[in-house]
Design a protein around this ligand. Sequence first.
Ligand SMILES: C[S@@+](CC[C@H](N)C(=O)[O-])C[C@H]1O[C@@H](n2cnc3c(N)ncnc32)[C@H](O)[C@@H]1O
Length: 309
Amino acid sequence: MYDKENFRLDGKQTLSHISMVLNRKRGYVELRQDSHNLSGIEPLKPLVRWAGSKKRELKKLTPFLPDKVDYYIEPFCGSACLFFHLQPAFAILSDLNRELINFYRQARLNPVMLYDEFSKIERSAEVYYNVRKRFNSEESSVARAVLFYYLNRNAFNGIFRTSISGQFNVPFSSSRVAEYLSFHDFSASAARLWGTKLSSVDFEPACRICVKKDAFVFLDPPYFAKGERIFSEYSRKAFSMDDLKRLYSLLIFLDSKQAKFLMTFAFSEQVWAMFRHWKVDTLLMRRSVAGSVRKRVNATELVIRNFEN
Ligand SMILES: C[S@@+](CC[C@H](N)C(=O)[O-])C[C@H]1O[C@@H](n2cnc3c(N)ncnc32)[C@H](O)[C@@H]1O
C-alpha cells in the first residue's frame, strides 16, 4: 500500500514481487526483488505517451510471448509498455531518442522531485510554449527531464518531433491534454527502472552487445513501407529499407545466440517474404493514422518469432 507521508510502497499489496522505499530527502529508491516469477504480477503503467505504443495491444500480444522472461531486451523501447507489463527480472531498454532515455534515467533517480516539479507547471498554451522554448535550450539533464514529461503530457498527441535543427516543435494539445499518472503509479513505474540498463543507441549495438542465450528480445521498430515516411515523428531520419535489412541480419545473429525474439511490423508482402524464414503470424491491431491518437484504423500487423510457446 502507498503511504504518502513516508513515500513508502509496500510491494506485498501492490507489486507481489517487489518491495521498495522512496526516500524523499535523499530522492532515491531502494528496491528488493523477491522473485523472478512473472505470473501474478500486477502490471505497471508506462510513464510516457508514445506514438506507436503497444499499450492497447498487450492483450493480443500476450499469447505470442514466452512463458518466462528473465533477461529482456527492448531496443526500440518508446513507452516500454511491454516491459512495464511483464516486469522481467533484468532488462535492457534502449531507444535512439536521447531525451526519452534521459527522462527514464532521471525518473529512476529523482521520482519525487520530478513529480513535484512538473505537477507545479500550469497547463495552458501560453505556459506550454514557454516550456517548449526552455526545453530547446536547457542544458541540465534533470530540468530537461521535468520539461520533457510536461511536454509529453501536453503536446499534441504526445508526439515527440523535432525540426531539422533538432528543436522540439510539437504544438500544444489545445483540444485534450493527457492526465498525469498518480504519484503512486508514477513512482512505482519509475522504481521499476532500477534493475534495468538504459541506453540511447541504435538497435543493432543495443542487441548485439547484450544478447545472451535464452534472452527475450522484443522489437517494435518504426514502420517502413515503400515510398512512405511512417512515424517519421520519432526523428528526422525515417526508418528505411536499409534499416529493415539491418534488422534481418540482426535477427539471424540473435537466432545464432539462441536468444528468443519477437518482432512486430506493419503487414506488407515485401516484409512478409523477407522474414518468412521464421514463424510469422498476423494480428489485427488498432493503429493511429498520421500520428493521430484519435484517428485509428484496424491494420494487419506481422508477428515474427523464432520460438513456439
Ligand atoms: C514503434 S516505436 C516503439 C513503441 C513501443 N513499443 C511502445 O510500446 O511505446 C519505435 C521506436 O523506435 C525508436 N527508433 C527509431 N529508429 C531507431 C533506431 N535506429 N534504433 C533504436 N531506436 C530507434 C523511436 O525513437 C521510437 O521510440
